[in-house]
Design a protein around this ligand. Sequence first.
Ligand code: NI
Length: 169
Amino acid sequence: MIYKIVKYGAPVLEKISKRVTVFDAELKKLTEDMFESMYVAQGVGLAAPQIGMALHLAVIDVSVGKNPEAKIVLANPDIIYVEGEQREEEGCLSVPGFRGNVLRPRFVTVRAQDVTGKSFEMRGEGLLARAFCHETDHLNGVLFLQHLGILKRDLIKRKIRKLAKAGDW
Ligand code: NI
């Protein structure tokens, strides 16, 4: 099933999610649906809070569906090592239409569990490193907006409030 993506302003996006404890067929189905929902929305990452579920679970595919081997499920991810810096434009499916420059590490190693509960570590560079940070942030109630300068952040928030008032958010 395709989930509707929750937008900025929904409380679930700004709270700390619960860790995944049950690795069953239901979780597998949920991750498959998250990939599908992400591809429809043309994103490279999607975290469970973005479909209204406060779970420490995210999916990433920086190939946007082109390479099946690029599909990554992160359950209970922790960032365990970072190196270097990159400053690039970043956006979020929950903040559609707005982007901003965010400083992230160039290399990121994440430790997580896969859909069966098996632990693994993975090192990412560039966009993948950025996705590890962005999605792990989501699970801790942090949006990319919090990494922007205060002027840029307030400008975006003001525009969103305006859109919400007009019923366009
Ligand atoms: Ni996001």
